[in-house]
Ligand binder design. Structure first.
Ligand code: ACO
Length: 396
């Protein structure tokens, strides 16, 4: 039941106002990640992103996010070892992936393969810490293997097995490109994963928590989050950014491109964020990684286009608090690493699985199923209309 008051929609019983997109509405309590969107600050479990990006590794950061504290040396070694032991995926999963259409989007392939893990490890013992630990390890270990496997399968090749002598990020790049990466490139990629590992209650994490709140298995939780991340307003924007940079073509065109897009009310991909009213701190770090990458491995002219767009956008979008977000520069790093464009969002998922799992655990710790209300805006109660009295609806 609801009533409409002018432009405001309030729930008739509770008086609570509808906020489209739940803008500014707290939907959970969380101790995992904090964002100060006015100052451009991001912390994981209290540690500033800038510190982690320099000093930590992706697996250590994942451990911190999921278990709440930085691991000791022994804990980190044990976690890295467990993850390494679980990198392989069953031949049945690989065979299933061979039946996926090669033209399908890798995010759809990842969502399906992540969900399929629930068939293999289906015991829903979510109150057993041993089960939780194993599920965390399996998902962190196997998601990269499945992303790389689909890339080779769609090229008509057999997936290659993980290499035990390679660390997490280097091994993923090896499985994807069939070449052992330069250690500097692997380290830059590892830092990209840390930057993408968690970001409070964004759309895919909210999706993960809603799914978790039903007490379903963790593979369903991750599959639902992957599906949500795929959209172009969320993780999918990183693909569109590169297409945009290519379409703009040269730095000289940046201003006129922005003028046209803004006049036509088209969004600039890789710009804007619900939380940040300044440049996304992850975009600041990513830009330094782009420069490190180009210093080590050669320049990419699209970076000049990106910088020109950012500069021209300062006066056009800056006053509205719209600045580059995490997706604006990440694609330039991935392109230099030889990662195909439609794998940018799956790579985002490889990182974000850490945050999703942290939220899964946290949700289980104080669970109440999500069940928001709605403002009903449909027809009032009415009587059944017999077929001969029905008129064609305008949509027909
Ligand atoms: N380019 C131009 N204008 C923009 C942009 C943009 N990228 N983003 C927001 N705006 C404008 C809107 O047109 C709107 O203007 P108006 O008030 O004059 O109509 C105003 O800013 C508010 O925009 P909303 O879409 O309502 O903002 P919201 O907080 O709902 O959306 C979002 C945030 C989805 C990130 C949005 O900025 C966007 O679509 N950006 C482009 C896609 C993108 O880069 N997504 C990745 C986000 S980061 C991540 O998910 C990993």
């Amino acid at each position: 039941m609801a009533q409409q008051q002018g432009d405001n929609l309030r729930h008739a019983r509770t008086g609570i106002e509808l906020r489209p997109g739940l803008d500014g509405v707290p939907a959970t309590k969380s101790a995992i990640c904090d964002i100060d969107g006015e100052q451009g600050l991001l912390t994981y479990r209290g540690y500033p992103m800038e510190d982690l990006a320099v000093n930590s590794s992706f697996l250590e950061t994942a451990y911190l996010l999921i278990w709440g504290e930085l691991p000791t040396d022994a804990q980190l070694q044990a976690f890295e070892h467990e993850v390494q032991m679980h990198r392989r995926v069953s031949f049945r999963v690989r065979d299933m992936m061979k039946c996926f259409p090669a033209s399908g989007h890798p995010m759809d392939a990842l969502q399906s393969s992540a969900a399929s893990l629930g068939l293999f490890y289906s015991r829903r013992a979510i109150d057993d810490p041993g089960y939780i630990y194993k599920a965390v390890v399996r998902l962190i270990a196997k998601i990269p293997t499945m992303v790389a496997a689909f890339q080779l399968i769609r090229k008509g090749q057999d997936p290659i097995q993980p290499r035990d002598d390679l660390a997490y990020s280097a091994n993923f790049l090896y499985m994807l490109t069939e070449r052992e990466p330069d250690p500097r490139a692997a380290r830059i990629f590892d830092r990209c994963l840390m930057l993408h590992a968690e970001h409070s209650l964004n759309a895919s994490t909210f999706s993960a928590r809603v799914t978790a709140s039903t007490l379903t298995d963790p593979y369903a939780v991750i599959a639902s989050a992957v599906g949500t991340l795929a959209g172009p307003l969320h993780g999918g924007a990183n693909e569109d950014v590169l297409a945009m940079l290519e379409a703009v073509g040269s730095p000289a065109q940046a201003g006129s491109f922005l003028d046209e897009a803004i006049a036509a009310k088209r969004k600039i991909m890789g710009f804007g964020h619900r939380e940040y009213k300044v440049k996304d701190p992850r975009a600041v770090i990513l830009q330094s990684l782009v420069e490190e990458m180009f210093n080590d491995f050669g320049h990419d002219d699209l970076y000049d286009v990106a910088r020109a767009i950012e500069e021209e956008a300062m006066t056009r979008l800056g006053p509205k608090g719209i600045y580059p977000n995490v997706d604006f520069y990440s694609g330039l790093v991935y392109r230099k690493l030889g990662i195909p464009r439609d794998l940018f969002t799956p790579v985002f998922a490889i990182a974000r699985v850490a945050g999703w799992l942290a939220h899964w655990r946290e949700q289980l710790g104080a669970n109440r199923i999500f069940r928001p209300s709605q403002i009903y805006s449909g027809a009032p109660p009415r009587r059944w209309t017999p077929m001969e009295k029905r008129a064609e609806s305008p949509a027909d």
